[in-house]
Design a protein around this ligand. Structure first.
Ligand code: SF4
Length: 389
């Protein structure tokens, strides 16, 4: 793969300017701007000059364009705002506890850009208030629960916070002995790698909090090999130099990452720079995300095809559905059946449980899959009860 240079426009500074208004995109026609403004009035739009410079505007299907520029079909009546019922695992505002060893702290409702397919896009709506910039309640909760050995900072993207705030959060968490791993979910290495290149103080803070026996992990979010520019690679190198372990996770997305060559390129390139792919997610049925949905069976075979082009190191990822009941791995598909297994479960009795369902090539979520006799999928039954299946 040829490494891309960001197509910098003349005068682009090394602190890219953020853009929230569709009307500030000169590459769109006047009618496109009017049409897409309606979409961005519903689901917020945000990007920056650096990320925009990766778009090939001559290609209407450019993957980076699909990822960041609103699409009219986002307004289709489809999905739910909180598709995984995160409200049911929220123990305090901005604190989610689903798996016994892991807690999520939602520390911001902003990002380096707003991915059009974000499953937490509800956080960007003005009438939703689920994030807590003050983590004191979360810290107190974690202290009371010694079974919690890892904390995921998320949102939103914690890397939009200023360095002093990041330091304060990391200091507080590192004082809790039983928290061994701190994870930060971030797409900033893709959206704005200058965040790392231009802030040596941030790199020091990260280094101070990534100990040899208590590592700091960055759960990076790269969706397409085009994002792996020379600038991005430098940002990742600095993170690794600071002792941060970087891995990648992303959903499989129609028109962006549902092509075996794209998946293989991404995974192989990431393996070269020491950022192994961790999970590839089935897209959650989130409101506005219909344009990105890939059926499970199709996604499974695209991923299997990609694996043929990858080294063993590059293809370690698991293909999972992050369902409200747990992380369910899609382990196989044959002529008649889909084979699934809980990789992580909300309920102890579901841990490692196998589910075999009838093959349905249109289905894109567990709730649509009918279990074979002898296996349980209570979510399918629930949907049948309500006449939704
Ligand atoms: S960076 Fe993450 S949280 Fe932010 S919009 Fe993209 S997927 Fe959502």
């Amino acid at each position: 793969m040829k490494i891309r240079n960001a197509r910098m426009e003349p005068g682009l500074k090394k602190q890219p300017r953020y853009i929230h208004d569709i009307n500030q995109l000169p590459h769109l026609t006047a009618s496109e701007r009017i049409q897409l403004k309606k979409v961005s009035d519903k689901f917020a739009f945000r990007t920056n000059e650096y990320y925009l410079s990766l778009i090939d505007w001559n290609n209407p299907d450019d993957p980076i364009r699909r990822l960041i520029i609103p699409h009219p079909r986002e307004l289709n009546d489809w999905g739910e705002l909180d598709a995984c019922n995160e409200s049911s695992i929220t123990v305090h505002k901005g604190v989610q506890h689903k798996y016994s060893s892991t807690v999520l702290l939602l520390v911001t409702e902003s990002c380096g850009g707003f991915c059009r397919f974000c499953f937490r896009k509800r956080l960007f709506l003005s009438d939703i208030d689920e994030v807590s910039y003050d983590i004191s309640k979360g810290v107190a909760y974690i202290k009371e629960h010694p079974e919690i050995n890892n904390v995921l900072l998320t949102g939103g993207d914690p890397m939009v916070l200023n360095t002093a705030s990041i330091k304060k959060i990391l200091n507080a968490l590192r004082k809790i002995d039983h928290v061994r791993i701190i994870r930060i979910g971030t797409k900033m290495p893709a959206f704005n790698p200058y965040r790392f290149i231009n802030d040596p103080e941030l790199m020091e803070v990260l280094s101070e909090h990534s100990h040899s026996d208590k590592r700091l992990y960055f759960m990076c979010h790269f969706d397409h090999p085009t994002e792996l520019t020379d600038v991005c690679r430098e940002g990742v190198r600095l993170l690794q130099q600071a002792g941060v372990i970087c891995v990648n996770q992303n959903p499989i997305l129609r028109g962006i990452s549902d092509n075996p060559n794209v998946i293989a390129d991404l995974w192989n390139e990431l393996s070269y720079i020491g950022v192994p792919q961790y999970y590839v997610f089935q897209g959650r049925p989130t409101e506005g995300n219909e344009p990105f949905e890939v059926p499970i069976v199709k996604a499974y075979f695209k991923i299997e095809e990609a694996k043929k082009k990858c080294s063993g190191l590059a293809k370690r990822a698991r293909y999972v559905m992050s369902h409200e009941s747990g992380k369910i791995e899609i382990i196989g598909v044959d002529y008649n059946y889909i084979y699934l297994k809980y990789h992580r479960a909300k309920l102890a009795e579901d841990e490692q449980r196998l589910i075999v369902c009838y093959r349905d090539d249109q289905a894109s979520w567990l709730d649509q899959l009918k279990p074979v006799d002898g296996y349980i999928n209570e979510y399918f039954e629930r949907d049948e009860e309500y006449g939704a299946a």
